[in-house]
Write a protein of this length. Structure first.
Length: 382
């Protein structure tokens, strides 16, 4: 049996707070108003009146940008009430965008990067070094060039800025914070094993051979469970990025190229355009029905499993017994088993929904509230 960590509600959202003498103003810029970004904008809008009333926290949405356009609230006063639907826009310029979000005066400036862009991640060191906080579910920074990764953390320290990336692994689950707490209290990571893709968990929880695997992939895409290009999930690269982030959090110098990945995408579909891949996605079905039948004949089920230990890192689709923990996860559940020096005989397990725009956006929002907590927003002690 494993020790299971409960998924807590954010301590900043549970109870009335003691308001500050004057509101803490946070200027917010949202990058990437896609599914996660739109969910975050809706959550900010819904929570803002309550946070101002109960916590003295004033969330001011200053601007929104995608890869081509940016909307600044000086252009359209309705922006704060209309998410990213302003009609007046300017060509996107990340430097000008960040400067506008920062504004004048003593407001806290925070950028929420909900894109999946390396170009945006390249700007993190400059923003953090200038004292602007960055929160993100973008896995590119944590799993990309390791020199950039170090530069990001060094800039955050130099600028006394917060870099929050809980949403990069496990969506809304407290995965990174749990690992950080273990390490900060003197524990040592021995191994991580788990299902790190809510998308692939959902697919293989649903797939029983009665309908084409490709039909389930299309459905997952429509629900917002997959990356914009489903091959990021099916190839195992998205899971491998999460494994690299966890490894680096534990102080290991792991790179994406060091992870052994068994892709579910046939080689002849790996390099075609996203649109062509979606048109030809039915070509996955033949191999998948064979693998499913083989697993069922052996009394097992297919599960997508990531592992990191002293022998290396891997991401593979494998057969597990029907009574295995991974076989009994539900829907989009991520399941992570942390084996440490302290939890050596009884692994520490984090489990819960690991896909979907709303839970991922909530992780970004939680990181935002951690920034506010560091600035003096407290829970009520009464």
């Amino acid at each position: 049996m494993s020790s299971v960590i409960a998924v807590p509600e954010s301590p900043y959202l549970r109870a009335p707070r003691r308001a500050l003498a004057s509101p803490l103003v946070v200027h917010i810029g949202v990058i990437g108003p896609g599914k996660v970004g739109t969910a975050l904008l809706a959550q900010l809008k819904d929570a803002a009146p309550r946070l101002l009333r109960d916590a003295g926290l004033s969330l001011h949405l200053r601007a929104v940008t995608d890869s081509r356009h940016m909307w600044l609230d000086c252009d359209d006063e309705a922006l704060n009430g209309r998410a990213h639907g302003a009609q007046t826009w300017r060509p996107a310029d990340l430097d000008a965008f960040a400067a506008y979000v920062r504004g004048e005066g003593n407001a806290v400036a925070l950028l929420a990067d909900c894109s999946a862009s390396d170009i945006v991640a390249d700007h993190y060191p400059v923003w953090l070094g200038a004292g602007m906080h960055v929160v993100t579910p973008n896995k590119r920074a944590g799993s990309g060039d390791i020199a950039r990764w170090h530069a990001i953390h060094e800039a955050a320290a130099a600028g006394s800025a917060h870099f929050g990336y809980e949403g990069t692994v496990g969506a809304g689950l407290p995965v990174i914070q749990t690992l950080r707490d273990l390490l900060d209290t003197g524990d040592e990571l021995v191994a991580v094993e788990g299902m790190l893709s809510g998308t692939l968990a959902w697919l293989f929880n649903r797939y029983d051979g009665s309908m084409p695997f490709s039909a389930l992939v299309r459905e997952a895409h429509d629900l917002g469970y997959t990356e914009p290009d489903p091959r990021e999930d099916l190839s195992g690269v998205d899971v491998a990025r999460k494994l690299v982030i966890l490894a680096r959090e534990a102080g290991l110098k792991l790179a994406l190229k060091d992870v052994r990945i068994s892709s579910l995408v046939p080689a002849h579909l790996a390099e075609v355009s996203r649109d062509e891949f979606m048109e030809r996605i039915g070509e996955l079905d033949g191999a998948m029905i064979v693998r499913h039948a083989s697993a069922a004949a052996a009394g097992g089920v297919l599960r997508h499993v990531a592992r990191l230990d002293r022998t290396g890192a891997s991401v593979v689709l494998e057969r597990v017994p029907r009574d295995h923990t991974f076989a009994n996860a539900r829907l989009t559940d991520n399941v992570l088993r942390f084996s440490t020096r302290r939890y050596c005989d009884n692994a520490l397990v984090v489990q819960g929904p690991g896909a979907g725009p709303e839970v991922t956006a909530a992780a970004v929002f939680t990181d935002l509230l951690r920034v506010a907590g560091a600035m003096g927003v407290k829970r009520c002690a009464c």
